[in-house]
Unconditional design. Structure first.
Length: 235
């Protein structure tokens, strides 16, 4: 390895991605904070597993950085299914959402970030998918147009939004669980920082962790108010 590479101070994107994946909690028991949400989801998971059914569709709302994406990955791990992640702006055309839905396997979780930004046509495709687990596709034009119904495997839609009031009533009413993520307390953030430092093999004092927590804006996934704008843990 060249000397210049050894002295390179920047962290590569690959290294950053691996570090983030190692830091993210993988189980509800490892997730720090959001006690009320964890209690609700624990009951929902146990009930779904006892009935051998999928989880109810879940809507998570709150400011960015509170752990909505991480929670969807945890749910997938707890239910032992796959989790497909996308965002509403990426689903511009009907075929985008249809392509995702037809590839879902039984019990899979589909996570849609910023779901309040879904195009109207895409949102209407989700209605029968969420209720009856089917998609209606129209082929042809004019008098030769035909509507074909494609059955889907039962799945769980997890929607995340920072503006719950911007969701339309028909979409919001189709979620069986609607949960708000709250801001984190100082002791929770301190615990998160100490846990992260241990995983990354980084020495840190308790006072140092508390001081970082004070500057975190009550969000474990936000940039902190320090000189270099580093981040703390998960998103």
């Amino acid at each position: 390895m060249e000397e210049d590479a050894l002295l390179q101070p920047q962290v590569t994107a690959d290294e950053l991605g691996k570090a983030e994946e190692g830091v993210r909690p993988r189980r509800l028991a490892d997730y720090i904070g959001q006690k009320d949400l964890k209690d609700v989801l624990t009951i929902a998971i146990q009930a779904a597993q006892a009935r051998k059914e999928t989880l109810d569709h879940l809507l998570l709302y709150g400011p960015p950085g509170l752990g909505k994406t991480t929670m969807s990955l945890i749910l997938a791990a707890e239910m032992q299914v796959a989790c497909k992640i996308t965002s509403a702006p990426a689903l511009e055309r009907p075929r985008d959402i249809v392509g995702l839905l037809v590839t879902l396997k039984p019990g899979d979780i589909l996570f849609i970030d910023e779901i309040h930004r879904l195009p109207r046509v895409t949102e209407e495709i989700l209605y029968p998918a969420m209720e009856d687990f089917r998609v209606d596709v129209t082929t042809g034009k004019g008098q030769s147009a035909r509507t074909m119904s494609i059955p889907l495997h039962r799945f769980t839609l997890v929607g995340a939004t920072t503006r719950v009031g911007a969701l339309t009533s028909p979409l919001r009413d189709r979620f069986g669980l609607v949960q708000r993520l709250r801001f984190y307390e100082l002791d929770e953030l301190t615990h998160i920082i100490l846990r992260t430092a241990g995983i990354l093999h980084t020495a840190i004092s308790a006072d140092g962790a508390t001081e970082i927590a004070r500057r975190s804006r009550a969000l474990p996934g936000s940039p902190i108010d320090c000189c270099d704008g580093c981040g703390i843990m998960w998103k």
